[in-house]
Design a binder for this molecule. Sequence first.
Ligand SMILES: [Zn+2]
Ligand SMILES: [Zn+2]
Length: 244
Amino acid sequence: MKIDILGYWGGYPTRGGATAGYLITTDEGQILLDCGSGVMSKLSLKSRVEQLSGVVLSHLHYDHMADVGILQYAVAGALRNDRMKDKMPIVSPSEPDDKWQEIQSRQSEHKKIEELSAFTMAGAVIEFLAVNHTIPCYAVKITYKDKVFVYSADTTYLESLVNFAKDADLFFCEATICEGSTHTAGPGHMDAKEAALIAKKANVGKLVLTHLPSDGNFELMKTQASDIFGKEVALASEVDSYFL
Ligand SMILES: [Zn+2]
Ligand SMILES: [Zn+2]
């Protein structure tokens, strides 16, 4: 499987960037994991809506779902022009209710994460873990051909994430908090050291810090995380693709 980062800023993007969005490609299809602000613009560089097997949203904060309405416009066009036959499957938490209602449309078929255990999309097995954020939020594990990719979504340090990410080949973990940063100081997040501690305890193969603060000291974050993880840590970027 291949993982492309479409957007990685926490809260709001910087110029030309996007908030959370990750494109997972298998031999059998593509999954869009989170669809934040600017993600549809970035998706156009790598794919088209008709190539997506479905969309998974970790939670219903705007930096993870702001572009869902835009995606649905693209789907509406694809359905009208026979580039798509079926509605777009979208899997997400069903809370908060006002946000859940907001993403319903004639172009999409919605499933509630709360009612799913594991399910298959694009030939990959997808599992969820409820994490600790300010609204219902789920970490996501994607397993394909014995390779495992885990995404923390937005959360505080959580011991159960260690088990969930155990021995994952690739772990994208949020690191929103950084000393000196004024980007966002909201609750429900981690810093680079906490992300690295989870990665270390879980014995993951590779750690990528994501959901970054625009004014973060990225060298410091990398150093702090690498010291704890014991291996080099990468920062999310739009140029790197990860192959598992
Ligand atoms: Zn977020
Ligand atoms: Zn959030």
